[in-house]
Structures are given as structure tokens and as C-alpha cells.
Design a protein around this ligand. Sequence first.
Ligand SMILES: [Zn+2]
Length: 430
Amino acid sequence: MFWQKDIELMDKEQLRNTQLDCINKEIKIAKRSEFYKKKLSNIDKISSLDDVKNLPFTTKEDLRNSFPYGFLATDLQNVIRLHSSSGTTGNPTVVFHTAFDISNWANLSARCMYTAGARNNDIFQNTMGYGLFTGGIGFHYGAERLGMLTIPVGPGNSKRQIWFMQNFKTSVIHILPSYALRLFQTVEEMHVDVKRDLNLRIAFIGAEPHSEEMRKKIEELYNIKAFNSYGLSEISGPGVAFECECQSGLHIWEDYVYPEIIDKDTLEVLPDGCEGELVLTTLQREAMPLIRYRTRDLTKIISEPCACGRTHRRIARITARTDDMMIINGVNIFPIQIEKTIMSIPEAGRNYIIEIFENNFMDKLCIKLEIDNENFGGTLRDLEKLQNRLECELKQEIGVTPVIKFVDAGSLPVSDGKAKRVFDLRNKNK
Ligand SMILES: [Zn+2]
């Protein structure tokens, strides 16, 4: 079952030819912007996809340095919307859209949801933030395009979320993975039985890197299928890649972006199957094409055919953003490795934070975990056992022995948006 059969099943050669045409078109449009006029001054077109590797990269810093209009490649009168990063440090990144860009994005987002099994008789509840953040609005437009009854609840207010689910029989939900776990506390407090009282069957989870263990936990708790979504505001937002019913990697829509994987240190392009940084070139953007944009997301391209029949290659779930890497006493650690271990132990609870501090010139890693009351009714001795088990398994996974601290359920900080899990308390000024 396909949203756009001709595109989703397009044969490889035709897909590659289309990509080449689109890249050349994008180069032409991009050169109308101040940034690319300089950056691409020597390049008018490429003659094969092999030449893509010779095009210059574009980075987040480039976007910031060109604030506010340096990347705009069309007249302002054609632009109907902008999205922007929060910009907590320095200039924010700004992304512009024409009416065509917005419509195209809505279609892509609809394609993603359809691919995962959503249909026009579904009731869609969107718990993502609306506004400058693209997560909410991107799916909202897609859901309406698909024809679902769309409920734009937005983030937070867990009781109201469940009230909507119960009363309107929400069947499809879009939710941050961390929030899905927190929301379940409220489900329990309200004595809601997910099978009896709710009608949920599909969740779209994304916007935060998360482990397979976390997905399984969400599926079990709510008795649903949870599908990974990938996107980034610089490219448009959600919709760039999405899991199909096979749930084995995310189809990256190759009519919309041209993906490459590079070694983040040497910047060389890596063959399919090797893990590295994802680099994307937009293929259909009018207001703001991006050439070889370095996403900082780490993944690999899966080129083997997918059982669903779609010809667009897949990317593996995003294991981390290069920005997320923590260096503890010289060892590289990604937060997702810690999450994976925690989520694989049922008694270990669902909410956690990671603190890094210094003690006697050594880095210390402390993990604060909320105890899961339902799975843990044990004694102090059981608690010690759990602590030892976590320390051992984490040591195996990350190569560093952390300090485990248990805290009461509901006592860790929560936010409406993406969960902030890592708190680096080391003195950076020394
Ligand atoms: Zn597939």
C-alpha cells in the first residue's frame, strides 16, 4: 500500500537520473542566494552523481553566520513561512519556505505516515510542540493531507492528552519517546487500561535519538506499534526518513534528498553500510536549497532491498548526534548507550538523567534513575542488587563504571519539549 506508488517504487536508475537533474536544478536556484553565490562561484552543474563529492559542504555554522537572509534563494514575496532553531548560543538557524516547499513537505509527511500504516479514517493526536519547532506543524500538515481527523493538542498537560484519547478514540499519536514514557505514569495514575479504554494502534516517535529498547518499551506499555521518524528543521522538518511496516531502518526519501555518509574526521564519503555522519542535499527546495548539509547525525545507509518493495534506501536509526558525544576520562560515550542498558532492565524505571562532574581531577559519571514502582516492589537488598547489576552492565556497554542513584518516581525534572538528559557539571574554564 503506497501513498505515491510511482515514486516509492521508482526503479534505481530512474531514481538516480532524477536525483542528478534535481541537484543541478538546486545548484542553479541556490546560486541566487548570497551564500552560494560565493560558495558555488566555480560550479554550474555536475555531470554525474559521482561528482557530488566534489561539491562543498554546508554546515550549521554557515547557516548561523549567514543570519538572517544569507541563504534565501528567492524573492521575499515568494516566501510564506520561516522556521528557526532556538538559538540558545549565537544566532539561530533560519529556514525559509515557499508555498511549494510547504505543500511538498506536507505531502512527504503524509507519505511517511501512510507508509507506517496510517489511513484517512484514523484519529490523529499531535502532542508535539507547535511554533518555530517543526515537529508539530510538519506532522499536522501531513496528517491533514492524508485526511486524518487531526487533534492539535500540542505538548504537556498529560491528563488532557488522555482525556482526548479516551473521548475521541485517538488511534494514531505523534509523541516524543521520552514523553511517551512519562505520559504512561499519568495513564497509570488515572487507572486507564490501554486495551480497554484506549484505541491507540500507532505512535510516531522521533525528534530525540532513542534506542530500540525504548521503542519496545513504548510498544509494550501502550500495546501499539511505534515507528521511527527522522527529520531536521534545516531540511524542512519531520518527513525526511521514516520506517515502513517492516520496522527495519528508515526509508530516506531519495526524490526529496540526496544522502551521503561521510567520515566525520576525514570528511571522505563512505560506502553504504559504513557508519558515519549523514550529509543531505535537498532536491526540491525553492526558498532555500542546501547542498551537502552536514547533519551531525550518525547513521549508516542500508542499501539491501526492503521487504516492503520501496526502492528508496534506508538509514539505520540515528544512534547519536556528534554533538551529543560525552568524553569521560578520555572514553567516548553516547547517551543512547546508557539508555539502551537502562531500558533493557524492566525494574530500572523509565526516567533518568546523566550527570558528569569532576572529583580529584577525574571525571565521574552519575546516573539518577526513577524507580519503576510497578516493576519494583523489592527490599533494600533488591535495590542494592539492581544497583550492582546496572553498574556491571553499564561498565560493559560504555567502558566506564558509573555511580547509580535511585530517586523517587516523578522527582526528576520534566520538560514539555525534548528531554534534557545530560548535565555536564565539569568546570569548563580550567
Ligand atoms: Zn520498507
